[in-house]
Design a binder for this molecule. Structure first.
Ligand code: AMP
Length: 539
């Protein structure tokens, strides 16, 4: 079991580095000692308050304390919710409300508004301060820990109804995922160094975090400042000796802009593990050319199915064949079906009617990707209606499995899985998952705005930014006749209002005032026209 596996490194290799972030180094011995100590304090402090396994929010960026807090929550019997400190306080408050979190721990400062809430909070909680909280403890008891079917973490993603939604991942799902990944990509015990690029609030980080810790490896974190300053980033990479690169393709694309990004910079590199968005053909081919000793793996999966469900090594042969790159191949670990979306609608609406069952479409036929198996989430935290719309039971040969309809369109061909775009208005921008409806909903809440449509701006076949088309409310119509500069200033004001509610990656770059939103022949808003005819399936 995963917690035991991680703790064992404190006995086998106490001085081995578990995490490195800038000047901060955390050994396996420290990871265990501090997390044990904090777990005792959490258990004593929270046990009587709730009697339930209520979640704890862990708020910060890449500090080593984050890892200690994650493990301490689990050892005291609470799932954790990782929240990156870059999000606006309003969004953090929404997550607190939606999750019913019982406590919030942070190695940095907490927003003032959070401290007035009725929950236990600790800010600037550094490693040394943890011992002051629980002096002379005997260690957490195994029976406090998160059980197999309990939730291990909850990750909040963008929600189409205007509110973020919390995906609950159980210990069993996570252990299945880690087991599958280590079998597929065989890291050597105690020898591997994993790049951690994604914030801990993004489930891609689960891949590097838990594969590294379970195998006695080192997690090497880079942060937003590194990413914004290529010199800083490359200085850090040069020292890193990374052997497993885990990131979004967008991040590797950024690195490729520097000619020194090649095997000489990372001589031990063996794997590029990509997930979360389309891997462009040219990125894969440049990487194979510059890193002849490394494999490029394209992984696919949504947060709801524990990071990734399939992966495929992109070889020179695959690159030479026309068409998109595959995102996976047959895997024995869980089931990946292609279904007719209308059949899915019917089965889900029937609420478990046994007469209706789904069948997989044959290879070559396009449909919606459905995933069934132990890796699938229990559903969205405290959102039963939303859960019912996407999660259901897949029954075949008297075996029932938890299943999730992804909203992704794809197909199987010659044993490989291909991704073809979305059925809805969810997009990926620089690796971040965004429901365009969520931004539109927030815009519509402003008194100046009657209706709004947000569309991605596509450059070189890739989402590059967002732009919002806005129809003003009657009281604000005079803006329509004002010069363009006045409209641009107003657009900036709107952006500032959104900044208080939405993370930076969800802010439209431009807000364009429009007299009327164009409609299709069916009377729906013509998003395609607003996108200037750009192809939806690319995003
Ligand atoms: P997230 O929950 O943030 O990991 O986003 C999941 C979504 O990202 C999936 O439902 C897909 O739409 C998209 N996605 C994940 N992996 C890939 C991939 N390899 N290629 C294309 N799209 C992907």
């Amino acid at each position: 079991m995963l917690l035991r596996q991680i703790d064992r490194w404190a006995e086998l290799a106490p001085q081995q580095i578990a995490h490195q972030y800038r000047e901060q180094i955390l050994t396996y011995s420290e990871l265990k000692t501090y997390s044990d100590s904090l777990a005792c304090w959490l258990f004593q402090t929270l046990k009587y308050a709730s009697g339930k396994r209520l979640p704890i929010i862990v708020y910060g960026h890449k500090e080593s304390e984050m890892l200690v807090f994650f493990l301490a929550c689990l050892k005291s019997g609470h799932p954790y919710i990782p929240v990156d400190s870059s999000i606006p306080p309003e969004r953090l408050l929404k997550i607190i409300e939606a999750s019913g979190a019982t406590a919030i721990l942070s190695p940095t400062a907490l927003p003032e508004k959070v401290k007035s809430r009725d929950l236990l909070w600790r800010e600037h909680l550094h490693l040394a301060a943890i011992f002051d909280l629980a002096p002379g403890h005997a260690g957490p008891l195994p029976e406090w820990q998160i059980g197999t079917t309990d939730v291990w973490y909850i990750i909040f993603t963008s929600g189409s109804t205007g509110e973020p939604k919390g995906v609950q991942i159980t210990r069993h799902a996570l252990e299945s995922f880690v087991g599958w990944m280590t079998k597929e990509y065989q890291p050597k015990l105690q020898q591997e160094i994993f790049l951690n690029q994604a914030p801990f609030s993004f489930d891609l980080s689960v891949m590097d975090l838990y594969i590294a810790l379970s195998q006695g490896g080192t997690l090497w974190s880079v942060d937003q400042q590194h990413i914004a300053n290529p010199k800083d980033l490359f200085d850090s990479l040069q020292k890193s000796q990374i052997s497993y690169w885990v990131s979004t393709p967008s991040f590797a694309e950024l690195c490729l802009m520097d000619p020194s990004f090649r095997q000489k910079l990372l001589p031990r590199l063996r794997y590029f593990l990509f997930c979360g968005e389309i891997l462009p053909h040219n990125v894969a081919s440049s990487l194979l050319e510059r890193f002849p000793q490394a494999q490029v793996i394209n992984l696919y999966g949504p947060t709801e199915c524990t990071v990734a469900v399939s992966g495929v090594s992109i070889t020179a042969r695959i690159l030479a064949s026309p068409g998109p790159l595959p995102v996976g191949q047959n895997s024995a670990a869980w089931q990946i079906h292609i279904c007719d979306p209308d059949d899915l609608d019917r089965v889900i609406a029937s609420d478990g009617n046994k007469e209706l069952f789904l069948r997989s479409l044959p290879p070559g036929e396009k449909g919606e990707i459905v995933i069934a198996g132990p890796n699938v989430s229990l559903g969205y935290l405290n959102r039963p209606e939303l859960t019912k719309r996407s999660f259901f039971t897949w029954t075949e040969n008297d075996i029932s499995l938890q299943a999730y309809r992804t909203g992704d369109i794809g197909y199987w061909l010659n044993g490989k899985l291909y991704y073809q775009g979305r059925r809805d208005f969810q997009i990926k921008l620089h690796g971040y998952r965004i429901e365009l409806n969520e931004i539109e909903e927030q815009l519509r809440k402003l008194p100046e705005i009657e209706n709004a449509v947000v569309v991605p701006v596509v450059r070189r076949h890739k989402n590059a930014a967002l732009q919002a088309f806005i129809k003003l409310s009657d009281n604000f119509l005079e803006l329509t006749s004002k010069p363009e500069t006045a409209q641009q200033d107003w657009g900036q004001e709107i952006r500032q209002k959104l900044e208080a509610i939405l993370p930076a990656y969800m802010l439209p770059q431009r807000c364009i005032v429009i007299a009327n939103l164009p409609l299709t022949k069916n009377g729906k808003i013509d998003r395609q026209a607003l996108r200037g005819g750009q192809d939806d399936s690319l995003c």
